[in-house]
Design a protein. Structure first.
Length: 680
């Protein structure tokens, strides 16, 4: 990530501060180094001068030009004994250098003094040594040549220390010169000038000072740099958070596609431009078929990964589109320019094929088909909101026709949607106020031809008084998310009616698979039984095979809990849609109901159907289940089913769905038949 200008300035300030801190440390330490060297040299000079003061008489003779080789020897020894002094000068009050000894230039000859300390020829050796020490400009008799007279640049009466550097041959690399005045009664007697070799100490002090400087510099850098770094990092994190927030304000966090708001903004801009440019825009709405079942069956993590892979494929297929967005959940949208409807249909066909390829997710091979709806601007809509509405209408029309379909908006679709809205309002009102009707179709016991119970069937009237088909309003109620409430209302109303029947008559009520989703079904059944007083053994709940394919463990648990109440459970429409045999032994069924389709058809098909029905009845009995045949329409069917020992029969031949108010005729007829038998 690039560093912004504010961060750059802060880094620059930290760098300059750190460099300034290190420079200040170096300057301060250099000053301290010089001071330490000066003080060290001063101490050596004073120490040597104190030793020399014990030789005052000899020094005075030396200054009076009387050569004293014994004194010279002691001076040479003192050069070795005191500190790092390598050169001594005795200077008269007039500034004349009266004596000079330099050990730095005569390290080899310095040993001669020790070798000839007790030699009878010391004078000769000493003369040579002194000459070597003092150089060719000093006479061996102790008198100084005029060339040794120097005019000093310092005040002889002042105690001074000066630092100097040499070439390492004639002078040390680093040395200090100490001028030490010797006074008597306040009068200058002579000046002692001492040079101290400070090369080793300079290196030692310098190394220590550099280490200290680096330590202080690093400390300064840490003290200043760490807070600065933390500040920069905090600012960078804040910038990243701002960028992330800005990104999420326009994009879907899961798929990276445009979000709804950003999509609508772009779409509105394009629509405004298209009006001026005369181009035709097409909005395409896309919905993943059966995504809820994938989420429920495989888990939300698999569902999320499917959406991510699906989005990537959609983005690839629509790379030239002006915007591709995840509108919400499993709904997507995109738009671009199309010249005509035929061109768009061709694109949608290819898009559906591309999006329906297998998706490999966590060892699952998933195929997700899509339903697509489309609308044109400005042909079908006057603004963005209207365009989105028309595309949604087309999408709904495509989904109504089945999965993997597509539709392009036309005006007739709008009326269909309006009719649906009316039906939704009707269903919602019926659920809240129990304003629906219940009809009851009798179930007859096989050979006895006596009613043994009734199946409750919901009937819903529209505003014109016409009945709405259950095949039409039940799926809508499920889509509306109110099927659990509606199912409980149906069960409540039916159980209340059943309490008015003879006690041997049972009540059968259909359940929707949606009623199992929340896990609250068992509590709703308990509540209805408690409120109505209906015994649990008089209630039979019918489920379809489709339920068995959804979340088997959860549904099995709820069915077992219901059965534990004493309620019977029947599998409705057995033999259609799915392979039922695999579930008969897993679920606690008390009854199976043979679908009405097995009793339809011509004579040849009836013969084959009879064989299938016979097999189903035998299978049910072997599993200790009762068997009911639906769709009984003729007397011959009744005879056939009785011959096959089918337990219960149901169909128009035996009795049509009847309003509650007319049910009493079934048990009144039964009482009359009994009375007639008793009279005989």
């Amino acid at each position: 990530m690039k560093i912004n200008w504010k961060s750059k300035k802060l880094y620059l300030a930290v760098g300059v501060t750190a460099i300034a801190a290190i420079a200040a440390c170096i300057y301060a330490m250099s000053t301290i180094l010089n001071h330490m060297l000066l003080e060290d040299a001063r101490a050596d000079g004073v120490a040597w001068a104190d030793n020399a003061a014990t030789q005052t008489h000899q020094i005075e003779r030396l200054l009076e030009s009387e050569a004293n080789f014994s004194l010279t020897e002691r001076i040479l020894r003192q050069l070795r004994d005191v500190g790092n002094i390598y050169s001594v000068q005795f200077i008269s009050p007039t500034g004349e250098v009266r004596f000079e000894a330099n050990q730095f230039h005569a390290e080899e000859t310095a040993g001669l003094v020790a070798d000839h300390e007790h030699d009878d020829h010391w004078t000769e050796g000493g003369t040579q040594f002194v000459e070597a020490l003092v150089g060719p400009h000093m006479h061996v008799d102790g008198t100084f040549h005029q060339n040794l007279v120097h005019t000093l640049s310092v005040d002889l009466a002042s105690h001074t220390v000066r630092l100097g550097t040499g070439d390492g041959h004639r002078e040390p690399l680093h040395f200090a010169e100490v001028n030490h005045p010797v006074l008597k009664d306040g009068i200058l007697q002579y000046a002692l000038r001492v040079r101290v070799d400070q090369t080793e100490r300079f290196i030692l002090f310098q190394t220590a000072i550099w280490e200290i400087s680096l330590l202080l510099g690093a400390t300064a850098l840490f003290v200043v740099g760490v807070p600065a770094y933390l500040s920069v990092r905090s600012r960078k994190e804040a910038d990243l958070a701002d960028q992330r927030a800005h990104y999420l304000a326009k994009h879907d966090s899961m798929t990276g596609l445009d979000n709804r708001n950003n999509f609508l903004t772009k779409l509105e801009y394009s629509c405004n431009n298209s009006q001026r440019g005369g181009e035709k825009l097409a909005l395409i709405a896309i919905d993943v078929d059966g995504f809820k079942e994938i989420n429920d069956g495989y888990g939300h993590d698999v569902g999320d990964e499917l959406l991510v892979q699906f989005s990537a494929q959609l983005k690839y297929e629509c790379e030239d589109f002006r915007s591709i967005a995840r509108i919400g959940g499993d709904e997507f949208a995109c738009y671009t320019r199309f010249d005509d409807e035929a061109e768009m249909r061709d694109f949608i066909d290819n898009l559906q094929k591309a999006l329906s390829h297998p998706y490999e997710i966590k060892d699952h091979n998933l195929i997700a088909t899509v339903s697509v709806g489309a609308a044109f601007y400005p042909t079908d809509a006057k603004d963005v909101t209207d365009l989105m509405k028309k595309a949604d209408i087309a999408l709904y029309a495509a989904k109504t026709d089945g999965r993997n379909g597509h539709a392009i908006f036309d005006q007739a679709m709008e009326q269909d949607i309006a009719d649906r809205r009316v039906l939704e309002a009707l269903i919602r009102h019926a659920t809240q106020h129990h304003s629906f009707d219940l009809y009851f179709q009798p179930l007859y016991c096989g050979r006895r031809h006596e009613p043994c119970g009734f199946e409750a069937l919901m009937r819903l009237q529209d505003q014109s008084g016409q009945f709405v088909s259950p095949e039409k309003f039940i799926p809508i109620a499920e889509e509306m998310g109110i099927m659990e409430e509606l199912g409980e209302a149906i069960l409540q109303k039916a159980a209340t009616a059943a309490m008015k029947w003879p006690s041997h008559l049972r009540l059968a009520v259909n359940l929707s698979a949606v009623q199992f989703e929340s896990g609250s079904l068992i509590e709703r059944v308990k509540a209805v039984l408690a409120r109505t007083g209906l015994p649990a053994d008089r209630l039979e709940l019918e489920i379809t095979e489709s339920l068995l394919m959804q979340n088997t463990k959860r549904n099995l648990r709820q069915l077992n809990e219901i059965k534990a109440l004493g309620v019977s459970i029947a599998m409705d429409d057995f033999g259609t849609g799915y392979s039922s045999l695999g579930y008969l032994w897993q679920f606690p069924f008390d009854k199976i109901k043979i679908d009405r389709s097995f009793l339809g058809g011509d004579e040849n098909s009836n013969e084959k159907a009879m064989q299938v029905i016979s097999t189903i009845i035998a299978l049910g009995h072997s599993l200790e289940m009762h068997v009911t045949a639906e769709g009984v329409e003729t007397e011959s069917q009744v005879a056939m089913l009785n011959k096959l020992e089918c337990d219960q029969l149901q169909g128009f031949y035996l009795g049509r769905p009847t309003p509650e108010a007319e049910l009493s005729k079934y048990w009144d007829d039964e009482e009359q038949d009994k009375s007639a038998l008793e009279a005989v």
